[in-house]
Design a binder for this molecule. Structure first.
Ligand code: PBG
Length: 347
């Protein structure tokens, strides 16, 4: 019996290019795979709080904890032993004030954790997130305009985050974290000039070997929701739209990144990751520095929430997301999945 061929099927009979040939087996697929993930791609975020032997679960981020310094060493060690080369530290201090003074206290919670992790794991790369929102009582990423205070500017509204006075404090705190042993300072507050200010403060204090990973294109994103619970850092009034980028803007990211490159950034970062793959791809094409992408708390929480409902497979979607972020141009990924993904990749 001969079937009458549709015109489309007839055309296919003459087709010599058949992409499916290279998808026939796992070995073939492995041979032509363009992107691969390894534990060396990951940077593991840890939240540090005062106390001893504390592993306090973060409700909106299953599997993530606020840790006391001693426990943070154990978490860092697990990551290191799985091949994850780096951690990034966030402080959850006991006390907050108007200028976030714990951030530039040599005995603050993050400097303590930096010292403990570097003591236990001297080769692990310790990155210190450099921002004031976890340390200020108002929850903003810098010092704010308050009548009668030292830096009051009558031409700006009350509560406005003051850029240049914040730069001085960022420089000071970066030197403190570098003296504690941080290998990399990662400014995340989106103040204009933050990279240059930190670079000159470090250099002036004998820290020209300490690198800067700039949160260069950081958007004002709803996906940071769970982090603000984890770091106890929601702004007490207003939002972050006057310093973080507008999610609608693509070209502006290249302007932000170019400024940080000029000011001496060693790594660039795009944040969040999955909803901003176009930005990642643009930055990859135009700049040659190593690029990190931050798969943020909301991205992590969404996958967990859907998986807990049985709607998606956690491992498969987590690895697919990480692969996509790398495919779009990231060299490194800050991810709460770091340890789980490193284990999955070993299996
Ligand atoms: C601090 C900072 C934030 C994140 C990293 N550093 C929060 C924010 O900007 O509000 C978010 C990370 C995450 O959501 O996982 N400025």
């Amino acid at each position: 019996m001969t079937l009458t061929k549709s015109p489309a099927r007839a055309a296919l009979a003459h087709q010599t290019v058949r992409p499916r040939r290279l998808r026939q087996s796992e070995a073939l697929r492995r041979m032509v795979r363009e992107t691969s993930l390894t534990p060396a791609d990951f940077i593991y975020p840890l939240f540090i709080k005062p106390g001893r032997d504390i592993e306090q679960p973060i409700r909106s981020m299953p599997g993530q904890y606020q840790l006391s310094v001693d426990r943070s060493v154990a978490f860092a060690r697990e990551a290191w032993e799985l091949g994850v080369p780096s951690v990034i530290l966030f402080g959850v201090p006991a006390d907050k004030d108007a200028t976030g003074s714990e951030n530039y206290d040599a005995d603050g919670i993050v400097p303590q954790a930096i010292r403990a992790i570097k003591d236990a794991l001297p080769e692990m790369v310790v990155i210190s997130d450099m921002c004031f929102c976890e340390y200020t009582d108002h929850g903003h990423c810098g010092i704010i305009n308050i009548p009668n205070h030292q830096h009051f500017n009558p031409h700006l509204p009350e509560g406005y985050v003051l850029n240049d006075p914040t730069l001085d404090l960022l420089g000071l705190a970066s030197v403190v974290h570098a003296e504690a042993g941080a290998d990399v300072i990662a400014p995340s507050g989106m103040m204009d000039g933050m990279v240059g200010a930190i670079r000159s403060a470090l250099d002036a204090n004998g820290m020209d070997h300490v690198a800067i990973m700039s949160y260069a294109a950081k958007y004002a994103s709803g996906f940071y929701g769970p982090f603000r619970e984890a770091a106890e850092s929601p702004p007490q009034f207003g939002d972050r739209n006057q310093y973080q980028m507008d999610p609608a803007n693509r070209r502006e990211a290249l302007k932000e990144v170019a400024l940080d490159v000029e000011q001496g950034a060693d790594f660039l970062m795009v944040k969040p990751a999955l909803p901003y793959l176009d930005i990642l791809s643009d930055v990859r094409r135009q700049f040659n520095l190593p690029i990190a992408a931050y798969q943020v708390s909301g991205e992590y929480a969404m996958l967990h929430a859907a998986a807990m409902n049985g709607w998606i497979d956690l491992r498969r979607t987590a690895l697919e997301s990480l692969t996509s972020i790398k495919r779009a141009g990231a060299d490194l990924i800050l991810t709460y999945f770091a340890v789980d993904a490193a284990k999955w990749l070993q299996e």
